[in-house]
Design a protein. Structure first.
Length: 71
């Protein structure tokens, strides 16, 4: 369990896979699988959670620099 929590810590800190491999002394493929698993969990949660932007008395500002045209 200690290594799983360490993997989660390194993943959430955006530590590279190679650095995590070196710190925890586990294989590259194992780190890659866990990083993908953590990402999959977060993606699932974001896709299945209603997000409300703004609301009464709240102003939402959209940065146009991140909006791109579809090809």
């Amino acid at each position: 369990m200690v290594k799983v929590f360490a993997l989660l810590y390194f993943w959430s800190s955006q530590t590279s896979v190679t650095q995590t491999t070196d710190h925890l002394e586990i294989s590259l493929s194992t780190v890659l699988q866990w990083y993908q698993y953590f990402q999959d969990i977060c993606t699932w949660k974001l896709l299945h959670t209603d997000v409300v932007l703004g609301g009464p008395g709240k102003t939402v500002q959209i940065d146009e620099s991140v909006v791109v045209k579809a090809p």
